[in-house]
Ligand binder design. Structure first.
Ligand code: HEC
Ligand code: HEC
Ligand code: HEC
Length: 126
């Protein structure tokens, strides 16, 4: 291979390696470990929307969110106590927990996982 060709292949490999996490960063996350089992619609968490507003470490180190989809056992009681989403959704940093439908906006039957890319969530999209 010519040096130029080698460089091209190396660049391609780097692109492939960064593609996966970048995709996750900008996606929506469906959270449905216990919501639907307790009579609420699955939660659509627009990761990309938050990610462009806050540094990663705010959530993934200071607020203690594990960086793996489905790994955080988030429950409503703790949110109301000001943990997890409730650190910000308290009527101060962001609108408060009284607006159930803004978070519990997923269509019934959605499994916990990553959806979409940079598309907004919003009621009815999924
Ligand atoms: C406002 C809070 C918040 C911010 C800011 C944030 N994240 Fe996240 N992130 C989350 C939550 C919540 C989840 C889903 C956790 C779960 O499902 O239990 C998540 C999940 C992830 C995942 C898991 C994806 C997968 O496929 O398992 C990765 C990777 C990630 N975040 C990376 C980042 C990076 C990189 C940044 C900064 C550029 C960032 N996050 C900023 C809250 C945040
Ligand atoms: C800021 C986002 C947000 C808002 C607003 C919100 N929730 Fe939740 N809720 C969650 C998340 C995240 C979970 C955990 C979802 C999962 O993993 O199944 C959850 C889980 C639940 C559960 C499952 C059982 C439990 O105790 O965790 C119930 C019931 C629930 N919420 C009721 C409500 C009601 C009623 C409202 C409105 C008064 C509300 N939620 C508003 C984010 C929110
Ligand atoms: C670090 C602070 C922070 C955390 C943690 C956080 N949010 Fe938010 N969230 C915000 C802010 C700020 C907004 C924008 C509020 C506004 O527009 O008034 C927002 C907006 C949203 C929106 C609306 C997005 C849109 O398209 O308008 C949803 C849905 C949402 N958050 C769900 C969640 C859920 C679910 C969690 C927990 C898994 C969570 N948020 C955790 C700060 C946070």
């Amino acid at each position: 291979m010519t040096p130029l060709r080698l460089l091209y292949v190396a660049l391609l490999m780097v692109l492939v390696m960064v593609a996966v996490p970048v995709w996750a960063e900008y996606a929506d996350v469906v959270l449905n470990r216990n919501a639907e089992a307790n009579g609420m619609r699955p939660v659509i968490y627009p990761h990309w929307f938050h990610r462009i507003r806050f540094r990663c470490k705010v959530c993934h180190s200071e607020l203690g969110f594990e960086m793996r989809v489905g790994s955080n056992n988030i429950n409503m009681g703790e949110i109301l106590d000001g943990k997890y989403c409730g650190m910000c959704h308290n009527g101060d940093v962001a609108w408060s927990t009284e607006f159930c439908d803004r978070c519990h906006s997923g269509l019934p039957g959605l499994a916990t996982g990553i959806r979409g890319a940079s598309k907004s969530s919003g009621p009815g999209d999924y």
